[in-house]
Design a protein around this ligand. Structure first.
Ligand code: HGY
Ligand code: MN
Ligand code: MN
Ligand code: MN
Length: 394
């Protein structure tokens, strides 16, 4: 079956009727349905599927073993996200296995498709949660206590998905078994002008949660001079983020949570989530420092408080040159381009030889319902993935 045919099979799972696009989040009902769908598709192809201690799914072609060739991606999305970001890498891996089996290929190295949990951090706020847990890039206790917007902890959600929360944490054994990891992903910019390319690097990026506190009060009865309205320093912080994003840096506020969130209520607190990214560690941290200084000044001037927590951070990732060059040679020479988007491959790149294949996105729009890749480019991606996997697993 083609990649677009497989994507079509999950069109209804998590379709977001309100925002358009898809809302599929770590261990939620929709992702559990997607995990069941993936498991059935993998088992139909003779793969044996098992969840690791963090709930990431591994579909093995043959027996697990050392020096394994691993491909895959994630099935979760941002709120109201596109159909391709994540799922394209998973369905392309299934379609590549179809192509390899049809050609009579049998891997001579252990081979698996992996589906990482909560790559977008759309539920618990930390991106690449499944791969960060596996590599030990996040403290297991801190992770267990992460709360979703309804106050459900990761521990409770994991338990609901049949994953023992006590076992969440670094998985050096699983990591040691990986010989190389190749993730196929829809490109999330307009840099790719041919159907398939490779990733060269990922921007340094992180997430920070600013909590502005003031005094909840009545919107009509409270005079302006008597207010301590946290929405004001929050608004000034959003503008400061835009101003600080210079020289190619990106600073985004896409999530603002006023409490209690009543139209006729002066908020008592406002949570503002900052996503900041730049070429390198120093630039990213300089952007965030500037925004923090502006936020603190605004809070003081408005008689409010502010606290900031870093929710996630990753330095610039440069993908393994040797593996990248090998894939490019096998593919007859394809362009390599940097990306501003984070990926599970970016987390694994710190521990195992890792590469990414990109499939052209004609508009470059992503994390939105309009995200798209043409069917013929998706099929070119599957063919490229099958080619490199055959080379690596021979
Ligand atoms: O945020 C990102 O760049 C990725 O989509 N998780
Ligand atoms: Mn994404
Ligand atoms: Mn993704
Ligand atoms: Mn009233």
């Amino acid at each position: 079956m083609t990649a677009t045919g497989l994507l079509a099979a999950i069109t209804d799972l998590g379709a977001d009727k309100v925002r358009g696009g898809y809302s599929r989040h770590g261990f939620d009902r929709v992702e559990l349905e997607l995990r069941e769908w993936f498991t059935a598709e993998a088992e139909r192809r003779g793969l044996s599927v098992r969840a690791d201690r963090n709930g990431n799914l591994w579909a093995w072609w043959g027996n697990p073993g050392p020096d394994a060739v691993i491909t895959g991606s994630h099935l979760d999305s941002v709120p109201g996200g596109g159909a391709f970001d994540g799922p394209l890498g998973v369905v392309s891996a299934l379609a590549a296995v179809d192509a390899l089996r049809a050609s009579g290929f049998k891997p001579r190295r252990p081979f698996a498709i992996v589906v990482f949990v909560e790559e977008e951090g759309g539920r618990f706020g930390v991106p690449c949660l499944g791969s960060r847990l596996m590599t030990g890039a996040i403290d297991a206790d801190a992770a267990r206590n992460l709360l979703d917007p309804e106050g459900v902890s990761l521990a409770e959600a994991a338990r609901g998905a049949g994953v023992d929360p006590a076992r969440l944490g670094a998985d050096p054994e699983a990591l040691a078994g990986i010989g190389c990891f190749v993730e196929l992903h829809v490109e999330q910019g307009r840099g790719l002008t041919v159907p398939v390319g490779l990733a060269s690097s990922i921007l340094a990026h992180g997430r920070w949660r600013f909590t502005f506190t003031g005094e909840g009060n009545h919107a009509g009865a409270t005079l302006i001079e008597d207010r301590r309205d946290p929405m004001l320093p929050a608004a000034r912080m959003v503008l400061a983020a835009r101003k600080a994003a210079v020289n190619g840096a990106r600073a985004t506020v896409g999530r603002v949570v006023p409490v209690p969130g009543g139209t006729n209520v002066i908020a008592s607190s406002v949570e503002v989530w900052l996503d900041a990214r730049a070429e390198d560690d120093a630039s990213t941290k300089a952007v965030v420092a500037e925004i923090m200084a502006q936020a603190r000044q605004a809070a003081t001037e408005e008689g409010c408080g502010v606290s900031v927590t870093q929710e996630s951070y990753g330095d610039t990732v440069v993908f393994d040159h040797e593996l990248r060059d090998r894939l490019s040679t096998v593919l007859g020479g394809v362009p390599a381009l940097p990306t501003g988007a984070g990926h599970d491959a970016g987390i694994l790149a710190g521990s195992v030889p890792t590469a990414m294949l990109f499939v052209r996105n004609p508009t470059g729009v992503s994390h939105a319902p309009e995200e798209h890749a043409e069917p013929e480019d998706c099929e070119a991606g599957v063919a490229a993935l099958a080619t490199v996997l055959e080379d690596l697993a021979s």
